[in-house]
Design a protein around this ligand. Sequence first.
Ligand code: C5P
Ligand code: MG
Length: 226
Amino acid sequence: MPPTNLKDNPALQAPKRNKPLFTPGTAQNQALVIFVLGGPGAGKGTQCANIVRDYGFKHLSAGDLLREEQDRQGSEFGDMIKDYIKEGQIVPMEVTVQLLENAMTHEIETSGNRRFLIDGFPRKMDQAVAFEEKVVPSKFTLFFDCPEETMRERLLNRGKTSGRADDNEESIKKRFRTFVETSMPVVEMFEGEGRVVRISATQGPEEVYEGVKKGFAERGLEMVEK
Ligand code: C5P
Ligand code: MG
């Protein structure tokens, strides 16, 4: 991995803050954030689409935002992001936290929606700490629990059509290792704080979604009327 010194990069110099940008909630100056974690191929994206439809959340996928930034003309982070993604490694958090903050602010300004499902984030302890200190503490983390063998099958299947540079055997192995070594400690930290809703994600999408709805109801989240 190339050396990165992002701390001095002017594009990432958000104003210094001694408290988060938002407090948790949906009123003025607030934002409601649910983190969505689970191994690669656990079904995070699929379930997020259900939740967006029924609960009125805005879906922000950290991986999608990174791929978008990678492809954005003139991005100074493009090459770096590409290398990290290919290797299944976690992109330096300054970039990802800033992309998320920008996307949230944009959504609030344009639609007024203050409910966010942040998918595939935080995947490393420093991301979790920086986001909650700088942007907003999350309400809870939705964790999709799935055995590696099932995830591997799903990813290889998806790889036939996804066009993703990392849905291949070699990248998948690296992504699993990163997940176990780097991302699971984050889930365990939140779990120790009683801030995880754990869902079994082995079955099909409908069965998994039943678990999600139950978990949301237990945390006092209601479906929105259409
Ligand atoms: O979530 P998704 O599988 O789309 O993420 C793809 C890749 O993007 C990850 O393997 C990692 O390289 C990068 N990523 C990251 N930090 C995140 C989310 C994704 O570095 N929070
Ligand atoms: Mg995804």
